[in-house]
Design a protein around this ligand. Structure first.
Ligand SMILES: Cc1ncc(COP(=O)(O)O)c(C=O)c1O
Length: 389
């Protein structure tokens, strides 16, 4: 059964928890209590709802993808998170956490970012609410997502390059956590996905479940047979899955198979990983026999992470959702497919979900499939052009 919230130790079954340095424990407890209080405070909820509506542009529509449906032979609906302000679902969580930081009296926020979408979302929320903002970003991601680096800078955020490790998302999280240990009195760390120590996976799920709650309301009796979403850390997927879980709907998470599962260069933590601890939480990880965390690989910076949100680990073990994977090349085909049939250029991350429904067309015949289109592809145009040349 899905859990309304994790247990008193912050666990979803055997996953999750709070494996953090002593110096962070008081801040994590303070955050848990602040979120608990805010989440039941009608004033906080009203302010968040107002910003989601008037600033973010929610509710995002559900779009009947007629030409794609005709081509694939089954009905495809798209939840248009790409139409949310700043271009992805990440803003739902960023606005929530920055509002919470302001309520907690913290003048500064920090964030990590991979694709840059969470960094842009946090920079945007910080500008809107008047907080100082710094974003940690791996060097490799700075290169492949340069557009988002300029966007953050325009919003008044300082982007701090991370040179350790592979210069990707895992390394950016490490640096952000290191900063937070030393600045916790004045700073809130806005984690960008359903990862990290308790209460982050729960809190971020609650901020992202607006995607699924809204979809249920928009669809009414017309429920889909299948709901599909890409999985990096897992926030857009759990956001749409959670309200649908337990309704007998097939929930499918699509991880990055990168250059191919058999090459070892991928980001399929649920499909290929094993339980371990990373960034303060117990979950499925890509690790070697000695427990050393491996580098992930994906063409899409947002799926390039060797772990995954602990609630997905729990969902997988309980059979509440299933997890599949799509390669870099297949995701590029997904971009073209959606662009040419529907006039929508998806983010490379979201294109993994599109590509999977095309690949699984045989088993999806006669079904209604709701795809969470987590973001738009403007940030990826240069990278896609390079990959194709
Ligand atoms: C558009 C888009 N989709 C998906 C993701 C993956 O994150 P998550 O799995 O937390 O939704 C990202 C991350 O940057 C993103 O930018």
């Amino acid at each position: 059964m899905k859990l309304e919230r994790p247990d008193s130790r912050g666990r979803f079954g055997e996953f999750g928890g709070r494996f953090a340095p002593e110096t962070l424990m008081p801040a994590l407890e303070e955050l848990e209590h602040a979120f608990e209080a805010a989440w039941v405070d009608p004033g906080f909820r009203a302010e968040l709802d107002r910003l989601l509506k008037d600033f973010v542009g929610r509710p995002t529509p559900i779009f009947e993808a007629e030409r794609l449906s005709a081509q694939l032979g089954f009905r495809v609906l798209l939840k248009r998170e790409d139409l949310a302000h700043t271009g992805a679902h990440k803003i739902n969580n960023a606005i929530g956490q920055v509002l919470l930081a302001r309520r907690m009296g913290k003048p500064r926020v920090i964030a990590e970012t991979g694709a840059g979408q969470h960094g842009v979302a946090t920079a945007t929320a910080a500008a809107l609410l008047g907080l100082e903002c710094e974003v940690f970003m791996g060097e490799k991601d700075i290169e492949r997502q340069s557009l988002n680096v300029y966007r953050m800078q325009m919003l008044g955020t300082r982007v701090i390059p991370v040179t350790s490790g592979a210069g990707t998302l895992k390394d950016a999280v490490n640096e952000a956590m290191r900063d937070w240990v030393g600045t916790v009195e004045t700073t809130h760390y806005v984690i960008g996905s359903v990862v990290g120590p308790h209460p982050f996976p729960w809190m971020v799920r609650e901020f992202q479940r607006v995607i699924g709650d809204e979809s249920l309301e928009q669809l009414g009796e017309d429920l889909p047979d299948v709901v599909v979403a890409c999985v990096g850390g897992g926030s857009n997927a759990i956001g749409i899955f959670y309200p649908f879980a337990g309704l007998g709907i097939d929930l499918v998470g699509v991880e990055a198979a990168g250059e191919g599962i058999e090459t070892g260069r991928h980001g399929a933590s649920l499909g290929e990983g094993s339980p371990g601890i990373l960034h303060g939480t117990r979950t499925y990880l890509l690790q070697n026999a000695d427990g050393q965390v491996q580098e992930a690989h994906s063409i899409s910076a947002g799926l390039d992470y060797p772990g995954v949100g602990p609630e997905h680990a729990y969902f997988q073990d309980l059979g509440l959702a299933r997890y599949v994977s799509i390669t870099d090349d297949e995701s590029l085909e997904g971009v073209s497919l959606l662009a040419r049939t529907e006039g929508i250029i998806p983010a490379l991350e979201s294109a993994h979900a599109i590509s999977w429904i095309a690949k699984a067309a045989g088993e999806l015949q006669g079904k209604t499939v709701l795809v969470n289109l987590s973001g738009r592809g403007d940030k990826d145009v240069q990278q896609i052009a390079e990959a194709r040349s």
